[in-house]
Write a new protein. Structure first.
Length: 136
């Protein structure tokens, strides 16, 4: 089966996973970014497709950045606390994407920061790297 046919057949599945990621992450994750993340997760060898899309639709500095916990509404903080208690990591972190892969595509991703009481418990793999700065 050629690549074009495979993409066409898998498109509904990828759309479903994209919408599921958007729902789990919250309103701050645009469809295009969620699609790119799902594409990189499902088929990392299609990073070139994501790179082309990012080149045409740049949306900020590349890499994974973190939002500001203090600026979230109380309801959103509670929703995220519940999710983190159940899953331990944000929906984007559960994709287990290499930060170097995201950075190499030029994709700008705004992930969850942890609540202040959990910040000290971050494992090295989930801590913001020096090239990642919290975004407002």
């Amino acid at each position: 089966m050629n690549v074009r046919t495979r993409r066409w057949l898998l498109a509904p599945w990828r759309q479903l996973r994209t919408r599921r990621l958007m729902h789990r992450h919250g309103h701050a994750l645009p469809y295009d970014t969620a699609w790119a993340l799902i594409t990189l997760h499902a088929t990392p060898d299609e990073a070139a497709v994501v790179r082309i899309w990012v080149h045409e639709n740049s949306g900020g500095p590349p890499g994974i950045h973190y939002d500001n916990w203090q600026e979230l509404s109380h309801d959103e903080q509670q929703r995220r606390r519940t999710w983190l208690q159940r899953h331990g990591r944000s929906p984007i972190q559960l994709l287990d994407l290499e930060s170097s892969l995201v950075l190499s595509t030029g994709l700008h991703v705004l992930d969850w920061s942890l609540p202040p009481e959990r910040s000290a418990q971050w494992t090295p793999a989930s801590q913001p790297r020096s090239d990642d700065t919290p975004q407002s």
